[in-house]
Write a protein that binds this ligand. Structure first.
Ligand SMILES: Nc1ncnc2c1ncn2[C@@H]1O[C@H](COP(=O)(O)OP(=O)(O)O)[C@@H](O)[C@H]1O
Ligand SMILES: [Mg+2]
Length: 382
């Protein structure tokens, strides 16, 4: 369950699915509103059953892309196809109307009809398609069962919890047996606690349904927990696409590193087959592709310990590498309790600021050592 996706802006990950045909594909898709280009040459393809998250900050073009795929918005340039059939190709005058795509779109607010009970909400799409009688009844029951809402068929939306409403919205989307499920920020309207609960539920549901799904979110945790692959968007382009693990541990750009997780971004230079990082002339035996640039280390990869004043001098140098571990002497600037651990900001003697995690309380002004594995260093393409 994965596929090829490329971006016009950044280098992409090696294709893990050579040979697997794309089910849904966007090629060179562009969209402008007036003189502003909002989507710039997006290439994206999903295999059947795959779930891809479009992750990025507000205004980066996620909904615009989703709405073009859904057929709500017209494509300016580029091609969108599904199951080998071209749906959009303005150059050839092709544009399949929304209702002929057989895609289902679920919005942020679920958009259930308050005056209809659960069964009627779910049956609505079938009624509109002229499906009647026992056929409609059977398909409605099946959709309700798939989301485990059969027992609530007679209730009205106002009598359901947020999670149940979401299930009904998904049953209503699924009942017409769409080829692709499109979700636009399905959890954003909820408060933090409910969102977390529903995130797990929705994630299980998407997996169970085994639907080809694209969901839009600005929330990294949602993307990391729910998607097979994440496409990180920035100003209308896909910066990087890959599995959640790839995006998290091997970001290719500073933008991706900063948008997902908390990391230290540092300048590096190579000298004499070693790499100097930050202002500390830290030397590690790894070889980046470029002679100089930026690298990153995740906050949680750096262990912060208080240096006890009566302990024997630990390192002579202010920084050192041994057994693939990097040690840096620094002074705590700030520590915040996160529950269980402390988020520590510390400055080394060259004035470079680092963020790491400590298991013990540390006060500003205290001497600390920062330790991380050289393997935790990730060199960025940009
Ligand atoms: N119908 C429209 N007319 C003009 N500008 C639009 C329209 N829809 C979206 N935009 C603009 O396009 C950009 C991307 O919007 P959108 O795709 O909704 O972003 P996202 O979903 O990532 O938050 C924003 O700057 C938004 O203001
Ligand atoms: Mg949006």
């Amino acid at each position: 369950m994965s596929a090829t996706i490329t971006s016009s802006k950044a280098a992409t990950n090696a294709d893990p699915t050579v040979g697997e045909p794309a089910y849904l594909a966007c090629n060179g898709v562009h969209k402008s509103f007036g003189t502003t280009t909002v989507v710039r040459g997006i290439d994206l393809s999903l295999t059947r059953g795959e779930c891809v998250a479009l992750l990025g900050p507000s205004g980066c073009g996620k909904s615009t892309l989703l709405n073009m795929i859904a057929g709500i918005l017209e494509v300016d340039r580029g091609v969108i196809s599904c199951d080998g059939v071209t749906m959009d190709d303005p150059k050839r005058g092709v544009r399949l109307p929304m209702q002929k795509r057989h895609f289902a779109l679920v919005f942020q607010d679920f958009s259930l009809w308050p005056h209809m009970n659960v069964r009627d909400n779910v049956a609505f799409g079938l009624r509109m398609r002229g499906i009647r009688g026992s056929k409609r009844q059977e398909r409605t029951d099946r959709a309700l069962d798939r989301v485990q809402m059969g027992a609530y068929a007679k209730r009205y939306p106002a009598e359901l919890s947020g999670g149940q409403q979401q299930r009904v919205a998904i049953a209503r989307a699924m009942v017409v047996e769409p080829r692709v499920l499109l979700l636009d920020e399905p959890l954003s309207a909820l408060d933090a606690r409910l969102r977390e609960e529903l995130r797990d539920e929705l994630s299980d549901l998407i997996r169970d349904l085994n639907m080809t799904t694209i969901f839009v979110t600005h929330d990294q945790t949602e993307a990391l927990t729910m998607a097979d692959r994440i496409a990180v968007m920035n100003e209308g382009v896909i910066e990087q696409i890959g599995s959640p693990q790839e995006i998290y541990t091997r970001p290719q750009t500073a933008y991706v590193a900063q948008f997902v997780g908390t990391s230290n971004l540092l300048e590096y230079e190579t000298c004499d087959e070693r790499v100097a990082i930050g202002g500390v002339q830290l030397a590690v035996n790894v070889s980046p592709r470029k002679p100089s640039g930026r690298c990153m280390v995740r906050r949680e990869a750096i262990a912060v310990h208080r240096v006890h004043r009566d302990a024997p001098a630990r390192v002579v140098d202010m920084s050192a590498t041994n057994n693939g571990h990097v040690n840096i002497d620094a002074v705590c600037v700030q520590a915040r309790y996160l529950g269980g651990t402390y988020d520590v900001t510390a400055r080394d003697k060259a004035g470079v600021s680092w963020r790491g995690l400590a298991r013990e309380p540390i006060r500003a002004g205290e001497a600390v050592s920062l330790t991380f594995s050289a393997e935790a260093l990730c060199f960025l393409a940009r």
